[in-house]
Structure formats: structure tokens, C-alpha cells
Ligand binder design. Sequence first.
Ligand code: ARG
Length: 581
Amino acid sequence: MTLLQELESRLAAALTATLGEPTTAAVTAAADLRFGDYQSNAAMVLAKQQKTNPRALAQQIIDHLELTGLATADIAGPGFINFRILPEAYAARAVALIRDERLGVPATGAGKTVVVDFSAPNVAKPMHVGHIRSTIIGDSLARIARFLGFKVIADNHIGDWGTQFGMIIYGWNHFLDEAALAENPIQELVRVYRQVNAATKEDPAVLEVCKAELVKLQAGDPENLAIWQKCIEVSKAGLQKIYDRLDVKFDFWHGESYYNDKLAGIVEEFLEKGLARESNGAVCIFSDGTKPLEQDPFKVHKEEGWTDNPALIRKADGGFLYATTDLATIQFRIDEWKADHIWYVVGVPQQLHFRQLFDAAARWGKTGDFQHVEFGSILGDDRKLMRTRTGENVGLVEVLEEAVERAAKAIAEKNPDLQGEEAAQIAETVGIGAVKFAELSQGRLTDYVFSWDRMLALHGDTAPYLQNSYVRIRAIFRKLDAPFDATTAEIHLNEPAEIHLVRLLVRFGEVLPTILEDFRPNLLANYVLELARAFHSFYEACPVLKSDEPIRSSRLALCELTSRTLKQGLNLLGIDVPERM
Ligand code: ARG
């Protein structure tokens, strides 16, 4: 049980005794430490319902609270109940955390399966910043869910089927540079795609050939299928390199094409069940009229009033669409993988698509918790969508290269002793960590302004600051003559800085589950920053190696626990730590 849960259970007992019927209420971490460690507004909420005085009710509750050895409670303001945890209770918690591999994190996801659908770039189209955000946020959510005990299936739903392949096949036949393809497949395919795109603008006949190639591909023409297959293969290999570098792992790569043979049947089923109907030769899903207009994804408000906003699932020419594939995908994930939850980490522009998809799936009888984990854009210094100097979308690889280069420079300046392979390794860890942390420390819905200097600063809310904090703690242990065993240390807490450090260490297990309530890895990013700051204050105020026993071992054990918690917290953000930097 976390400390917060312990307080909630004590509070529930007191509420039940006070009111004479089973009652529970939430406890939260105190916003202002001057008033205590945790607080509850239970008395205020209940007094309102019962039309009594909240402060008087709070006093009654406190009279029934059994907190011996754990905390003290008092009333503040209009009727808040504030809890102050006793140092000995914090010490006991710290001892337990040191012995707990899970660092006090409850297994809230045990027995549940979640599919995390993230990254999902489109073959032969450049990975844009939206895919960068999706990759970093999605990977972190998958890691957090896994640590919380969920069975996590990370699925890369790549766009490996679609109209772009008409153009790519044409380009493959006319413009391909084999050497460039071997060297950098993703870049070469994008180049070819752009060249064809330009050619179609100059000569409309080219576009016709592209369309014909697409029709041939869809009809199963062996030559075009072979080209398509090769494109997918080289693209996957190129993507895999990026994921390896980012330490991002997928359990499956069930791209759009994986569902090709299911699409016709699904459209038929939708027609039969009356979930879709024909409209101008196409098959569309319309509103079922059960929701208020404002909440109905199949209705849109235009000048002339509310009108239909259907989702196409089969075009008049017989082609299937993104929505059709996603219906097949939901079916597969529920039937084959027994998914309880599906999280789609995709940018805000696809909001309507997912609202329609979830609504249609529910009407189809596919039940589960489906979430569109949406995010805003990354902006350049000029607050416009981030682009390269030539005006193109910034690719992920370019961002990583530059981050690592800048980190290498900073490391060379700060610590010239580091050389060769080790220095390169550290630069990689620091550069990539910086990019990820800059992303994850933002609220996902805000558009954020990308800044190299801010991201790589050693002082500030950055990955290098956190990695450096970890390195500083590990350096303490390198000064010891013998290995230190934290599990046998007694914990003594006297100084406010020590108590504050443990207060935060205890919160790790309380913060993590809340992240998944609203998909906010930034809560974890904030947490690790706060923890690192608490450590630095502790380290300034409390001598470690120069103290006498048993304080010395107590403080060493806190250092050890802090370094483990920092490392684990960063790991859940997908960020690695170096041992030196
Ligand atoms: N490939 C899509 C894109 O780049 C994202 C796919 C997201 N996943 C899904 N199941 N629709 O926009």
C-alpha cells in the first residue's frame, strides 16, 4: 500500500465511524508543504451534502482518526484536513522502499491488456515531427504501463498500403538510385516520391500511369507486389535503425496492409447490419441519431445548420480507406489480443477520425476502453511549424544527429578527460535523452517551441541536469573502499532536507499510476526534476561520507535509493543514464 492509500484507508475508517455508514474520500499530496504532506477536502464536501459546518465536521473526523505512529492531522482554512507524516513513519517507508525492487509502485494494471499504437510512420513519406512526438510519448506510456503491471502490446501500425504506392512504383521504375537506396532507404524513397510528385505536376499523363500502377498493385500484379514488398522491407530496416538508436521496441508491426483481406468482409458486414449504407456509390457510416448533435462525430455544424458528416469505408471505385483498416484493426486487437484498452498516440489533426472510429466500433459491438492520446505540434523559434532551412519538415534523424553533436561538444568542454568511444557513447545518451525529455516534460496538448539551448542546458529542467544528478550520486559510491549494502542500513531522519528527500522518494509509487489517468508523462518528468532538486538540497545540507555512524549509512542508503529511483524514473521516460559525464 502506498502512503497515500494508507491515509485513505485510515480516513475511510474515520469517516465511516463519524457518519455511521461506509464512506470513502480521496487524499492528495499537499499543494503547499507548509500545511503538511497530504490533505483531504472530505469534510468540506460532506458538510455541503449534510448542510453542517465543515470545520466542525472536520474536527469530528479527526477525533475518529487513528494515526498513531503514522501522522498528525489538523484543520486548515474552510475545513481542509491536513496530514503531517511523522519522521519515523517516513523512515520506515524508506526502509521498505530500499528492499522493494518495484520502489513502492503498485501493480495497478495487473490482469489487463493494453495495446499501445504509436509511431506508425508512412512508408516512403518522411517521418515528420508528429511521428517524433508519437514515438517518444507512446514509448514512454508503454514503459509506464508495463511497469504498472499491464500486459502491454506495442504495435507499430505503419502506413504500408495506400495511394502513395502508385507513385512510388512509378518512381521505382523510372528514378531509383540503387546505391542511394542501399545507403539510406528511407531518404531515397522519400526523394523518389518527391520527384514523382513533381513530375505529375508537370505532366498529368504521369499521374495517370501512377494510378494505373496502383490499380495493378491492388489487383495483385506480381511485379508491382514485388516492388511494394521490397519498399516495405527496406523501409522497415531503416526505421528499425532509428528505433534501435532510440531504444524503442515494438512487439508487432501490423501495418495497414496486414488487414487487406479483411476489409471487403467488414464493409459487407456493416451493410448487412445496417451500420453503413450506400451514398453516391460509396459506402458510408452515418449518425445513428442517439447522441446530442454537439457530441455526434457524424454530424457537423455548417452555415446552413447541422449536416451529415459520414465516414467513408468504401469508395465508389471499390477502394478501401484509412477508417476501414482501423475498423479491421480494432476487431483484430480485441478478438485476437483480448485488448482491454487501446491507446492511439496520434496528433490532434486526427481527432475526428478517432471519434468516428470509436463510435462506429461501439455500434459494431466492439467494446473496450479506446483512447486517442492526442498531442499538439512542435514549433520552431519563429513559433511556426518546425521546418528545415529548405522549408521541409524536420526529420527525426536530423534532430537526433544535431542533438548528439551538440552534446558531444558540451561534454568535451566540461570534461576533456573523456575520450574516444566512451565520450561518443555518453554524447549519444545525453543528446537523445535531451530530445526525449524536452518532449516529455511538456504537456502533450500544448504546442511547444523547440530550443536546442534550453534542451541541452546542464542547469535547468533538462535531461542532462538529471543525468548529471545521477552521475554525482554514483560518484559518492566510487569513493567507498567496500561495497555498500543499503538493505542493512537503519534510516534516521532528522534534517528537513532529509525528510523532504524521503517525502519525494515515497511519492514515486503514488505519481506513476496517476500518469495513465490522463496520459501525462510530464507528471513523471516533473517528479524526477523535483526529486533531483531535493537530492541536491539534501547533499548540500547533509554531509554523507563525513558523518558518523549510524547517520553515515542512513544517508548513503538514501543516496542509493535516490539513484535507483532517478534511474527507474528516467528509464520509464525512455532515457538512459551514463555512469560518468
Ligand atoms: N500512419 C498514420 C499517420 O502517419 C498514423 C496511424 C495511427 N494509428 C492508427 N491506428 N490509425 O498519420
